[in-house]
Design a protein around this ligand. Structure first.
Ligand SMILES: Cc1cc2nc3c(=O)[nH]c(=O)nc-3n(C[C@H](O)[C@H](O)[C@H](O)COP(=O)(O)OP(=O)(O)OC[C@H]3O[C@@H](n4cnc5c(N)ncnc54)[C@H](O)[C@@H]3O)c2cc1C
Length: 429
């Protein structure tokens, strides 16, 4: 497998658990060589997949380090509350923790996914291309001259996937027409005195009629999370004991300088400040207070749909095949889902490997397309702006705030529709 990100590692865990031999080749020098210090949202689709792929002790560690996903609220740029959607409507979990949603520290998740895979994951391995090998096998070639032969090559190498470029050259991702400027504010006792109280838990979208919107999400590590992480991952466990707030300002690229994704932290702060003139001072202070080392801009790409292709001994997983903008927090969950489905296909030890890969790819196409559509719909909502549209949506949100029925009608089918279990997810691993 090429790529040890969220999707590739979850697949490696699933295959190892099922007794299927697997090797992961990752370009990074080591697990800490990339900055990953922010929170991501794991939806029920992601949680279900982790539950299916992780060994029991790692699933328990996931639950012990993940914080509740929390409610989702909408506010104006002057911090006037519009509506807060309770979890019982947005993510009704019942009694099953694998059908819940979570706020997860990305470093913690990646370390959990790496746990116990020392003999499976090879760091510093930059994949270059593949070619047909003997007996229908595949040979992968690496930048250091290595050649590795396998029954199946899985491209889990993210949005810039070289595996996809060779397999599906026409499926190169295109601009998603949205840029995210992310940052992180530590919720220290001092910060908690001035960070708007509503934003200190759950997820929020703050918007005006202007050119962008702000998404915020809190991560509050559960008591003992760091110890649990250290226990399952060893001494290299990252420190995750401080609560923090993720901020992500999203806007269309033409509102920003063209080189924004390489801009330094000060320039990024200047860009969000310029786009939030007239916003409540606490919101502007929040954006200005992000830890400079945590500031980063991403000009998001999106897959131009998922084509149909002949299955073979080379396949794809996650962002490599259905890249989406981060709007909606869906891409990682879709990658986890692929990992679970491919585990299922390979764990059955199919006599016809290519047919099993084809069945996996059919399911990937279905939920991957729904993921792309949903992420773009959220992008459109966040970038809609306009005075009349904003007035109308605010009036509707205020009505929703007064009626659980309206909240249910408006919000209960959001992420849940993408996350809804597919028939293959109702089967065993
Ligand atoms: C700011 C931000 C917030 C986000 N929030 C969320 C969220 O809340 N929820 C959510 O579900 N998603 C979220 N996402 C999206 C999510 O991060 C991605 O969809 C997810 O990481 C995709 O997983 P993946 O395994 O397919 O790819 P990646 O995680 O990108 O992993 C690909 C791996 O392949 C390796 N690689 C690449 N090329 C090579 C090569 N040539 N040789 C060897 N290795 C290679 C890379 O180093 C990397 O480790 C967010 C993204 C961003 C940027």
């Amino acid at each position: 497998m090429i790529g040890g990100g969220i999707g590739g590692l979850c697949l490696a865990q699933g295959l190892r658990r099922s007794g299927v031999a697997v090797a992961v080749y990752e370009r990074d020098r080591d697990p800490a060589s990339r900055w990953e210090g922010y929170r991501i949202h794991v939806s029920p689709a992601g949680a279900r997949s982790l539950h299916a792929c992780l060994p029991e002790h790692l699933w328990r560690a996931f639950l012990a380090t993940a914080a509740p996903g929390g409610p989702i609220g909408f506010l104006t740029e002057r911090l006037a509350p519009l509506v807060e959607v309770e979890e019982a409507i947005a993510y009704p979990r019942g009694d099953d923790p694998s059908e819940d949603h979570y706020a997860v520290d990305r470093r913690a998740l990646r370390r959990l996914l790496l746990a116990g895979l020392d003999d499976v994951v090879g760091f510093g391995a930059e994949y270059e291309s593949w070619e047909p090998g003997p007996d229908g096998r595949v040979v992968a070639r690496f930048a250091d001259g290595r050649r590795v032969e396998a029954d199946l090559l899985v491209g889990a190498d993210g949005v810039g996937s070289r595996v996809r470029r060779q397999l599906l050259p026409a499926a190169e991702p295109v601009s998603a027409g949205v840029v995210g400027i992310a940052g992180k504010v530590a919720l220290t006792p001092e910060a908690r005195r001035w960070v708007p109280a509503a934003l200190q838990q759950g997820m929020h979208v703050v918007s005006d009629a202007g050119p962008g919107a702000l998404f915020t999400a809190a991560y509050r590590p559960p008591d003992g999370a760091r110890e649990v992480l250290a226990e399952v991952t060893g001494r290299s466990a990252p420190a995750i004991d401080e609560p923090y707030l993720l901020t992500a300002f999203v806007t269309a690229p033409h509102h920003l300088p063209p080189d924004i994704d390489t801009a330094d932290p000060e320039a990024l702060a200047g860009a969000t400040d310029a786009l939030t003139r007239g916003w409540h001072p606490d919101l502007r202070r929040l954006l200005a207070s992000c830890d400079p080392g945590s500031r980063g801009a991403s000009a998001f790409a999106v897959a131009p749909g998922i084509p149909t292709w002949e299955p073979s001994r080379v396949t794809l997983l996650g962002d490599a095949v259905h890249a989406v903008p981060a709007t909606g927090g869906l891409g990682g969950n879709a990658a986890l889902r692929d990992a679970r489905r491919l585990t299922q296909a390979l764990a059955a030890r199919p006599a016809d490997l290519v047919a099993a890969v084809g069945a996996y790819e059919a399911d990937l196409r279905e939920h991957g397309t729904a993921t792309i559509d949903d992420a773009l719909a959220v992008r459109d909502q966040m970038l809609a702006g306009g005075v009349w549209r904003t007035r109308a949506s605010r009036a509707w949100f205020r009505l929703c705030a007064r009626s659980a029925t309206l909240r249910r009608m408006t919000f209960a089918d959001g992420d849940r529709a993408v996350s809804r279990p597919r028939p293959w997810e109702l089967a065993g691993t």
